[in-house]
Design a protein around this ligand. Structure first.
Ligand SMILES: Nc1ncnc2c1ncn2[C@@H]1O[C@H](COP(=O)(O)OP(=O)(O)OP(=O)(O)O)[C@@H](O)[C@H]1O
Ligand SMILES: O=P(O)(O)OC[C@H]1O[C@H](OP(=O)(O)OP(=O)(O)O)[C@H](O)[C@@H]1O
Length: 230
């Protein structure tokens, strides 16, 4: 048997994860063929690399199909009910930092806080006969945040990508999405509410609380954690 380590299969997250492990003496690499989702681990025994979509890693951890996984805290908290009972964060990796925020059209000059958004949402409904639409893929986190902030008269519309474009495309009045530099928001004439973000996220190494381990696996996990300095 062996420990399964799930890592994002593409892009910045994959490269920075490889760098983070490499700097600590654990070599991670993707197979020669760019299209094959297989990889290799050097520097420790008994660890298999599993390349997965960042968005699927929370579910794989919760199901116990991987023992360890790297993904954003935003994805874990959004996708796993009572996330901390299903996974344990072992290390924040210091990259993939982004804030989950709520943004409205920059021209809404009298909307700056959640109270303002609530007032605007009520006025919107009275005027248009339907609830203000907020586009997001973070349904659970945004719903909880808006409930706590006292915003009532809105509806979430699902957007799995290019979320900032929904306002221009007239499929939403506001958005809740991840931002790091703010460039995408600015380019789409949106402004962030001047409130604490819904969540501050970064790439994190998680341990599954559900994954079964054979006796040898425990040793492999201990050796890996020791090598990583955890
Ligand atoms: N601009 C950004 N800067 C930093 N981190 C980001 C940025 N955009 C997204 N992230 C983070 O990267 C992680 C993966 O994002 P996302 O869900 O968009 O995956 P993806 O790249 O579309 O991959 P996949 O579709 O394979 O799941 C998330 O944790 C997210 O917070
Ligand atoms: O604040 P910025 O630095 O401009 O980054 C924010 C953008 O990055 C993410 O998109 P990503 O590139 O992951 O694509 P997506 O639209 O598929 O989510 C996020 O959804 C924003 O659109």
């Amino acid at each position: 048997m062996s420990i399964k380590l799930g890592v994002p299969s593409k892009g910045r997250l994959m490269e920075k994860t490889f760098d983070w492990f490499g700097a600590r003496g654990v070599g991670l690499s993707r197979s020669e063929s760019e299209r094959e989702y297989a990889g290799a681990v050097t520097g420790v025994e008994g660890v298999d690399l599993v390349l997965l979509s960042a968005g699927e890693i929370p579910r794989e951890l919760a199901a116990g199909r991987i023992h360890l996984g790297v993904t954003g805290t935003d994805l874990v908290r959004e996708k796993l009910v009572q996330w901390d009972q299903q996974v344990e964060p072992l290390a924040e990796l210091g990259f993939g930092q982004a804030d989950l925020i709520v943004a409205v059209p920059a021209c809404w000059i009298d909307v700056d806080t959640l109270d303002d958004l609530d007032a605007a949402a009520a006025a919107f409904r009275a005027r248009h006969g339907f609830r203000m639409r907020i586009a997001t893929k973070y349904h659970r986190l945004v719903r909880d945040y808006l409930r706590a902030g006292g915003v009532a008269d809105y509806q979430l519309v699902d957007s799995q990508g290019a979320t900032e474009g929904t306002v221009k495309n007239l499929t939403a009045e506001a958005v809740a999405d991840i931002t790091s530099t703010g460039e995408t928001l600015r380019a789409n004439h949106l402004k962030v509410l001047s409130e604490e973000p819904v969540l501050r996220s970064q790439a994190t190494l998680f341990r599954s609380r559900a994954a079964k381990m054979a006796p040898g696996d425990r040793e492999a996990l201990k050796a890996l954690c020791a090598t990583l300095g955890l």
